[in-house]
Design a protein around this ligand. Structure first.
Ligand code: COA
Ligand code: NAP
Length: 260
């Protein structure tokens, strides 16, 4: 395939990526590294980070892997401090850490709801807040991985809908409050992306074909689709884009989730 972006568009940048060991955000971490950025990846389990670290390094990039739970502010502060110790600064923060499962609202416990809100929304705030001083110095930027579930209503997803609505609010509020420091804050809302943990959890295999027919572009998204959107938003091509959550879903949310 022809290259879409010029070489080394993120040369000299340092990115801190939560959830950067696996799935969609793992793809984003690898793509930012291929574009020249040095990468720190963080999530709870070091065994989810090591293979991505090795992949990035075997492609000639630099990667630092650090175990930290985004719900634990002190652990995130420590992960950010160690990234700065290692690479000297942070220019880009990507918030991809998230949790999801299907559950009817009437069966969901208060702790089940709160757990997902804590990981996705409070975790995103924690990382942005802990990285603020570094982003202020670098006139850096934040990219929050959201979803489209809350644009309409998605049954069995009340917890994630509330959490991602919170993420979008964080994107908009910080873009306004921190724009004056030269910090851009944007998001990406992926639609259904094939070969991911999220899709495994949300879509029983027999429904895949039915959903494909409900996607205007008639296909599932690929991790590469999100990587390309992330490269665009983190590059200088997007230097006047702030406070936007870019929907990358083939038009899916416009038709809703109903299969009827
Ligand atoms: N259905 C209903 N409730 C569930 C659930 C499910 N499938 N899975 C977890 N919960 C509830 C638990 O019962 C618990 O509530 P309770 O104390 O009232 O019983 C609460 O959620 C917390 O569960 P716990 O297993 O302690 O959370 P955790 O912090 O260890 O893990 C999760 C977080 C639940 C989000 C877990 O699924 C996870 O680690 N996910 C990461 C990977 C992922 O979701 N990827 C897809 C991203 S789109
Ligand atoms: P994934 O591979 O499971 O990614 C989630 C990541 O978050 C994992 O690397 C996990 O690593 C990390 N994580 C979970 N809880 C954490 C915590 N408390 N602290 C730190 N890290 C934590 O799933 P995915 O499907 O690729 O999803 C990636 C992102 O895209 C998520 O934000 C998701 O909401 C969003 N999204 C996905 C889809 C889709 O179709 N898949 C659609 C819309 C939006 P550890 O287990 O090591 O912590």
């Amino acid at each position: 395939m022809n290259k879409i972006f010029a070489d080394n568009i993120l040369q000299g940048k340092v990115a801190f990526v939560t959830g950067g060991g696996t799935g969609i955000t793992g793809g984003v971490a690898r793509a930012l590294a291929e574009a020249g950025a040095k990468i720190a990846i963080a999530s709870r389990k070091i065994e989810n980070l090591e293979p991505m670290k090795q992949l990035i390094e075997s492609n000639g990039g630099e990667c630092f892997a650090v175990a930290a739970d985004v719900r634990d502010y002190a652990a995130i502060e420590n992960a950010i401090a160690r990234t700065v110790e290692r690479f000297g600064k942070i220019d880009i923060v990507v918030n991809g850490a998230a949790g999801n499962f299907l559950c009817k609202a009437e069966e969901l416990s208060s702790n089940g709801f709160g757990t997902v809100v804590d990981i996705d929304a409070k975790g995103t705030f924690n990382v942005c807040r802990a990285a603020f001083e570094e982003l202020k110095k670098s006139k850096g930027q934040i990219l929050n991985i959201s979803a489209t579930l809350h644009y309409l209503a998605t049954p069995m997803q009340i917890h994630v809908s509330a959490a991602k609505a919170g993420v979008d609010a964080i994107t908009r509020n910080l873009s306004v409050e921190w724009g004056g420091y030269g910090i851009r804050v944007n998001g990406i809302a992926p639609g259904p992306i094939e070969d991911t943990e999220g899709m495994k959890r949300l879509l029983p295999e027999p429904l895949k074909e039915k959903l494909t027919r409900r996607i205007p572009l008639q296909r599932f998204g690929r991790i590469k689709d999100i990587e390309n959107a992330a490269l665009f938003l983190t590059s200088d091509a997007a230097s006047y884009i702030n406070g936007v959550t870019l929907v990358v879903d083939g038009g899916q949310w416009l038709l809703g989730t109903s299969f009827s």
